[in-house]
Ligand binder design. Sequence first.
Ligand code: HEC
Ligand code: HEC
Ligand code: HEC
Ligand code: HEC
Length: 140
Amino acid sequence: MNTKAKITLLAAALLLLAALPAVSQEDVLTIGGESYGFVVYQRAPVTFAHSTHMDLEMVDGACTPCHHSGKDEMGKFVEGDTVPCKDCHVEEGDEAMPSMLTAYHGLCQNCHLEAAKGPVTCGECHIQKDFFGIPFASGE
Ligand code: HEC
Ligand code: HEC
Ligand code: HEC
Ligand code: HEC
C-alpha cells in the first residue's frame, strides 16, 4: 500500500470513529446491573443493538418478537408496550411469570439458536472488558 492509500484509509477510519457515538446513543443498550433489575449480578453487561435486529427478516420491523404483555392460547407473544422487562419479570420467577434471567436468556438465546446466527456462548454476550474498555478474548 502506498502512503496516499494509507492516509485515505486512516481518514476513513477516523470518520467512522467520529460517527460511532451518535449511533450508539440511539440504538445500542447496555443491559445489565441494577437498573435492569439484577440486585446481585455476576456477569458483565450485554450490548444489544435495536438497529441490527430491526432489519432482520424474522423481526420485520415489528416490536412484538421482543416487547409483549404475555402469551396467547397458541403460546405466541401478545403485543405490549415497550416497558422494561423488569416491570413484569421478577428476579425469582414462578410458573405464571418466568424470572428475569429466563426472560432474557429465553428471548436472546432461543432466537439465536433458531436463526443459527448471533451469539450463543456466555462470553460472546457478557463481554468482559479491561480498565480501558477493551474487550478480553471472549470465551466462557
Ligand atoms: C444471547 C446473549 C446471552 C448469552 C449467550 C448469555 N447471556 Fe446471560 N444474560 C443475557 C442478558 C441480556 C442478561 C440480562 C442483562 C444482564 O444482567 O446482563 C443476562 C443475564 C445473566 C445473568 C444474571 C445477571 C448477572 O449478571 O448475574 C447471569 C448469571 C447470566 N446471564 C449468565 C450467563 C451464562 C453463565 C451464560 C452462558 C452459559 C450466559 N449468561 C449466556 C444475555 C446472554
Ligand atoms: C429483538 C428484540 C427487540 C425488538 C424487535 C425491539 N426491541 Fe425494544 N428493547 C429490547 C430490549 C431487550 C430492551 C431492553 C429492555 C429491558 O431490558 O428492560 C428494549 C428496550 C426498548 C426501549 C427502552 C429503551 C431504554 O433506553 O431502555 C424502547 C423505547 C424500545 N425498546 C422500543 C422498541 C420499539 C418501538 C420497537 C419496535 C419498532 C422495538 N423496541 C423492538 C428488544 C427489542
Ligand atoms: C407487561 C408484562 C411483560 C413485560 C413488560 C415483558 N414480559 Fe415477558 N412475559 C410476560 C408474560 C405474562 C409471559 C407469559 C408467561 C407464560 O404464560 O408462560 C411472558 C413470557 C416471556 C418469555 C417466555 C418464557 C417461557 O419460558 O415461555 C420470555 C422469553 C420473555 N417473556 C421475555 C421478556 C423480555 C426479554 C422482556 C423485555 C424485553 C419481557 N419479557 C417483557 C410478561 C411480560
Ligand atoms: C427474533 C430473533 C432475535 C432475538 C429475539 C434476539 N436476537 Fe440477537 N441476533 C439475531 C440474529 C439473527 C442475529 C445475527 C445477525 C447477523 O449476523 O446478520 C443476532 C445478532 C446479535 C448480536 C451480534 C450483532 C450485533 O448486534 O452486535 C448480538 C450482540 C445480539 N444479537 C444480542 C442479542 C440480545 C442481547 C438479545 C436479547 C435481549 C437478542 N440478541 C435477541 C436474532 C435475535
